[in-house]
Design a protein around this ligand. Structure first.
Ligand SMILES: [Fe+2]
Length: 250
């Protein structure tokens, strides 16, 4: 469903825009140019990061994909990119704290990287992971177990976007009980991705299973949809007011 058709499917929206500045830190985005499906150029990066600052964020931990089939990023590639973006932020007087880690796809290579401790973490060994949007992963629980044993704090990116778990809220409880934190995308609180994703995100909020909120921002459309729609979603207000989100502690 497109963003524009969503505009005509309005539920009751809040009259006031939510203040994402309350979160202080965003920990999921794609702002290193040219190394994944996020920002393509330095201009894209600067524009999107300026948008984050305008939304009220003080710190951005950007997380390019690492996925052996598509994005063969390494800590070196990501950290070099981070330095380049930081320099440009300085030159352009965009005053915001920028750090980088990665969004790791849980595949064979990720397991090998873990063994070699070649994994980028943030704020005390937090590591962001994702799995397939198509098929249920067979190695996620073992990976969460192994991460915890090795002293990492796994965060599962956008659990609400995995369709095979929709309607199976026990699965989310189980992953959390195993020691994974759950990070919902801000746009999942709207129907940007789909109605089902939205419904699952709202259920996660209702069940107090949401630990972190992320923009997962890749491009201008995401920024625009956050500004024009997500900020007015009652569930975003509800979640921000719950006091349960950990973003500000990162
Ligand atoms: Fe992402």
């Amino acid at each position: 469903m497109s963003f524009f058709s969503n505009l005509f499917d309005r539920k009751k929206l809040s009259a006031t825009a939510a203040n994402l500045g309350l979160l202080k830190t965003d920990m999921h985005s794609h702002f290193i140019p040219g190394i994944d499906d996020g920002a393509k150029t330095m201009e894209d990066s600067l524009r999107l990061i300026r948008g984050m600052k305008e939304l009220g964020y003080e710190k951005v931990i950007t997380t390019p994909h690492t996925m052996s089939d598509y994005y063969q990023n390494t800590p070196g590639i990501i950290l070099d990119g981070l330095e380049n973006v930081r320099e440009e932020l300085k030159k352009n007087n965009i005053n915001i704290q920028l750090e980088a880690a990665s969004e790791y796809y849980v595949d064979y290579e990720f397991g090998e990287k873990l063994k070699r401790a070649e994994v980028l973490t943030f704020s005390g060994k937090h590591v962001l992971i994702e799995v397939s949007f198509l098929n249920p992963p067979d190695n996620l629980e073992a990976t969460i177990f192994n991460l915890n044993i090795a002293g990492y704090k796994p965060i599962l990116a956008h659990p609400e976007r995995y369709p095979y778990w929709h309607g199976n809220m026990e699965k989310y409880e189980r992953l959390r009980d195993m020691g994974a934190l759950l990070q919902v995308n801000i746009l999942s609180l709207t129907q940007y991705y789909s109605k089902e994703v939205n419904q699952t995100a709202m259920k996660l909020v209702d069940l107090s299973l949401v630990d972190l909120l992320g923009t997962d921002m890749h491009h201008d459309k995401h920024l625009e949809a956050i500004c024009t729609r997500a900020l007015y979603e009652p569930y975003l207000h509800k979640l921000l007011e719950s006091g349960k989100l950990l973003n500000a502690s990162l």
